[in-house]
Design a protein around this ligand. Structure first.
Ligand code: NAD
Length: 421
C-alpha cells in the first residue's frame, strides 16, 4: 500500500465546478444559466474575537455561503476544522444545492465553517466561539432563509448553542433555525443515524442491481465519526463484515471482521480506533485499498484520486463523505465497472431527516422514529432509482446522472422564477 495525493492538494471548489461543467455540457445548459449556477449567490466571511479561558483573546475566521435558494431556503452544515477554506465551503454549499434537488426536498444549498481546532479548545471556549459565530452569521441565517446543521466536528450540542443564541436575539424560541438539535429542544427522532441509514438504503439498492448479497459483504469505512461509526453499526446489523475502519490517526484491518460496538468503545476510551486489539494497524489511506466489496469513504474530500483509484478493490463505493472522489478518479472507476454512489445521493439521508426536523419544528408536531425511517426509505429509494435509470439511459456514471438530474431541477426553478428585476 502506498502514500498518496492527500486531500490537502485538492481544491474542492475547482472539483465541484469541474463536475458541474461536465453535467451542464451534457444537459446542453445555456451559457447564461451556467454562469448563474456555477457560483455561490451569497458569501459571508466573518472575523470575530473570542475570549479564551486563559484571559487572552483570539480572533477566528468563519464563513457562511449560500449557493442557490431558488428551490427553497438555504440548507447546509457547519464545519469546525483547522483545514476549513473559503473554497472548501463554496464547494460544500454547491453540493448541498444539488443534494437537496436530487432527493427532491425544497431547499437550496449552503455551508458554513470556522477555522479552528476544536480538539484544542475547552467546552467553554467552544461555546463562546459558537455563540459569537452564530451572532455574526445571524444576518443571513433564519428558519425561512438559511438553516444550518452539524458537519465535521460539530454536533447536536453546537446546534443547541446556535439555536439558543439566535432565539435570545429574537426574544423567543425558534427551534427551526437549525437542525440536528437534541431531542429535548425540537430535534427529530432518527437524525443521528440518518446519514448512515440513507447510505445503507442506497447501497442496498445498488447491491440488488448488481446481484450482490449484502449479507457477508466485506465493508471498509474511512472515518469513524458521526457518518462512519453509525454506518459501521448499521452495515454490521445488516450482516456485512466490517473489515476496516480509520480515523485521522490511522486505520485498523481484520479480514475476519471487526465488532463496530467494541471499536466505538475503544475510540471513546482512547480517542482513536488505532490500537484496537486483534486488528492489524494500517495507514489512513490504506482502508481505501484493502480487499472489500463495499467502500464507504466517510471522512473528507479528495481522498480517491487518479493516484490511487486503480488500487480501490471495492465493487460499490458509497460516498458518505462529501467530495471524496476526484473527477479523474471517477473516470478510472467507471472504466473498471465500479459503482460509485455519489455523495449528493448517498449521504442525502442526513439532510432529508433535517428536512423532516424542520417541518416538525415549524408545525410543532412530532413524528415517531418508524415514520421517519419509512419516509426516509421512500425518498432515498426513489432518488436512487431515478439516478440509476438516468445513468443507464445516458451510459454514464451515477455522479454525472445525479448531477444532471439535480442541475436540471435547479435550472428549471431558476428559469421559471425569472430574473429579477
Ligand atoms: P465527524 O467529525 O463526526 O467524523 C469525521 C471522521 O473522519 C473522524 O473519525 C475523523 O477522525 C475522520 N477524518 C477527518 N479527517 C480525516 C482525514 N483527513 N483522513 C482520515 N480520516 C479523517 O464528521 P461526520 O459528520 O461523520 O462527517 C464525515 C463526512 O460525512 C464529511 O465529509 C461530511 O461532510 C459528510 N456528511 C456528514 C453528514 C452528517 O449528517 N454528519 C451528512 C452528510 C455528509
Amino acid at each position: 500500500m502506498h502514500d498518496d495525493v492527500t486531500s490537502a492538494t485538492i481544491n474542492p471548489y475547482r472539483m465541484a465546478v469541474q463536475q458541474f461543467d461536465i453535467a451542464a455540457e451534457r444537459l446542453g445548459l445555456s451559457e447564461d444559466m451556467r454562469e448563474i449556477l456555477r457560483q455561490p449567490k451569497r458569501e459571508l466571511a466573518v472575523n470575530f474575537p473570542v475570549r479564551l479561558d486563559n484571559g487572552r483573546i483570539k480572533t477566528f475566521t468563519g464563513y457562511r455561503i449560500q449557493h442557490n435558494v431558488n428551490r427553497g431556503p438555504a440548507k447546509g452544515g457547519i464545519r469546525y476544522s483547522p483545514d476549513v477554506t473559503l473554497d472548501e465551503v463554496r464547494a460544500l454549499a454547491m453540493w448541498m444545492t444539488w443534494k437537496c434537488a436530487v432527493v427532491g426536498i425544497p431547499f437550496g444549498g449552503a455551508k458554513g465553517g470556522v477555522i479552528c481546532d476544536p480538539k484544542q479548545m475547552t467546552p467553554a471556549e467552544l461555546e463562546r466561539m459558537t455563540r459569537r459565530y452564530a451572532t455574526e452569521i445571524s444576518i443571513v441565517i433564519g428558519p425561512h432563509s438559511d438553516i444550518p446543521a452539524p458537519d465535521v466536528n460539530t454536533n447536536s450540542q453546537v446546534m443547541a448553542w446556535i439555536m439558543d443564541t439566535y432565539s435570545m436575539h429574537e426574544g423567543f424560541s425558534i427551534p427551526a433555525v437549525v437542525t440536528g438539535k437534541p431531542l429535548s429542544i425540537g430535534g427529530s427522532e432518527g437524525r443521528n443515524d440518518a446519514t448512515a441509514t440513507g447510505v445503507l438504503f442506497v447501497t442496498r439498492q445498488g447491491a440488488q442491481r448488481l446481484g450482490m448479497p449484502l449479507r457477508g459483504a466485506r465493508v471498509s469505512i474511512q472515518g469513524f465519526g458521526n457518518a462512519g461509526s453509525v454506518a459501521a453499526r448499521l452495515f454490521h446489523n445488516e450482516g456485512c463484515k466490517i473489515v476496516a475502519v480509520s480515523d485521522t490517526r490511522g486505520g485498523i484491518y481484520n479480514e475476519s471482521g471487526l465488532d463496530p460496538a467494541a471499536v466505538l468503545r475503544h475510540k471513546q476510551e482512547r480517542g482513536s480506533v488505532v490500537g484496537f486489539p486483534g486488528a492489524q494497524q494500517v495507514r489512513v489511506q490504506d482502508v481505501l485499498e484493502v480487499p472489500c466489496d463495499i467502500l464507504v469513504p466517510a471522512a473528507t474530500e479528495g481522498v480517491i484520486t487518479a493516484a490511487n483509484a486503480d488500487r480501490v478493490q471495492a465493487t460499490i463505493i458509497a460516498e458518505a463523505a462529501n467530495g471524496p472522489t476526484t473527477p479523474e478518479a471517477d473516470v478510472l472507476l467507471f472504466k473498471k465497472g465500479r459503482m460509485v454512489i455519489p455523495d449528493i445521493l448517498a449521504n442525502a439521508g442526513g439532510v432529508t431527516v433535517s428536512y423532516f426536523e424542520w417541518v416538525q419544528d415549524l408545525q410543532s408536531f412530532f413524528w415517531g422514529v418508524d415514520e421517519i425511517t419509512k419516509r426516509l426509505e421512500v425518498i432515498m429509494t426513489r432518488a436512487f432509482e431515478s439516478v440509476a435509470e438516468r445513468a443507464d439511459q445516458y451510459h454514464c456514471d451515477m455522479r454525472l446522472a445525479a448531477n444532471m438530474l439535480a442541475i436540471s431541477r435547479v435550472a428549471e426553478a431558476t428559469q421559471i422564477r425569472g430574473i429579477y428585476p
